[in-house]
Ligand binder design. Structure first.
Ligand code: SF4
Ligand code: SF4
Ligand code: SF4
Length: 282
């Protein structure tokens, strides 16, 4: 038994290996590492500020963090700027080397569009106005303040960083998919196939690691950019439209908090108690 496999069994336990992700995990370990530069950039920029989780075993309720980075998505602005949502999606897809396959089962999505009734299932759908009927809503990970995905993860591959972002360490992920079952928003995707097969490898972003078959991924609120003082790429892509407002929800003087004070916003599935950090104006 080689060293990597011994380490893996120690973390995951044999029962997990026999479960949902076993074969894929072994494939993942055998595939090897991502390009060193991309991996180093990702780890320095995203994981270091958060600190690597040290203990083993499932997390309890996520601790409160000093910062709580969040977003307001103003669909009125998106509706007024046709093509803007697609621009955000394309930007994220390119920057994060998100693969594309021609079937739904293998789909990997970090940010996507869906109908109002699907996005806001807890809200009334009767007599919707024409705007809500006609336009789609931009969805991504809600960066929940009490994230069930983090609680479900047996290896702490997904964890809440100090800035409140729910981050993902691809190298710790054993592909068990417990986090996918736990996320009530469908924000996580599993790499059923080698994601590199769904990319044009000549036109990838060398600064971000490609992933491997058998790992879960999702929007990480551009933790690698935010860690060096940049805006999330989708927010930057909206330019000065104010279609997305990003900031620290724990800071009463931040732009996002002022915006939330002055505008009526809604969240996805608020009754579940996950406390999403993404707010919407529809
Ligand atoms: S991130 Fe998800 S798939 Fe990966 S180890 Fe954690 S629970 Fe399992
Ligand atoms: S939306 Fe899903 S993946 Fe994102 S933090 Fe919440 S539970 Fe986790
Ligand atoms: S915050 Fe970053 S990772 Fe998340 S959808 Fe926007 S561009 Fe993608």
């Amino acid at each position: 038994m080689d060293k990597k496999r011994r380490e893996f069994l120690k973390i995951a336990g044999i029962s997990t290996l026999a479960g949902l992700g076993g074969t894929a995990v072994i494939d993942r370990l055998a595939t090897g590492a991502s390009p060193a530069r991309a991996r180093a950039a990702y780890e320095i920029n995203s994981l270091s500020p958060a600190g690597q989780p040290k203990e083993k075993g499932p997390a309890k309720a996520a601790a409160k963090t000093s910062q709580r980075l969040g977003l307001v998505i103003d669909m009125r602005k998106f509706n007024a700027n046709p093509g803007l949502a697609e621009k955000c999606i394309k930007t994220c897809d390119f920057l994060h080397n998100i693969p594309h396959f021609n079937n739904k089962k293998d789909e990997v999505k970090w940010v996507w569009l869906t109908g109002y009734e699907n996005a806001f299932q807890e809200h009334s759908h009767y007599y919707r106005n024409e705007t809500l009927e006609k336009n789609q809503v931009l969805l991504l990970c809600n960066q929940c303040d009490d994230p069930p995905c983090v609680r479900a993860c047996p290896t702490k591959a997904t964890f809440k960083a100090k800035n409140g972002i729910v981050a993902q360490d691809y190298h710790r992920c054993i592909g068990c998919r417990f986090c996918m079952a736990a996320c009530p928003y469908g924000s996580r995707s599993f790499n059923w196939r080698d994601p590199r097969g769904g990319l044009d490898m000549k036109h990838i972003n060398p600064e971000y690691p490609t992933r491997m078959r058998g790992v879960v991924e999702k929007c990480t609120m551009c933790v690698e950019r935010v860690g060096i003082g940049k805006l999330p790429a989708c927010v930057e892509a909206t330019g000065d439209t104010k279609a997305m407002i990003f900031g620290d929800l724990n800071d009463a003087n931040s732009e996002i908090r002022k915006f939330l004070k002055e505008n009526y916003t809604i969240q996805r599935k608020p009754s579940l108690g996950t406390h999403p950090s993404v707010f919407y104006i529809v």
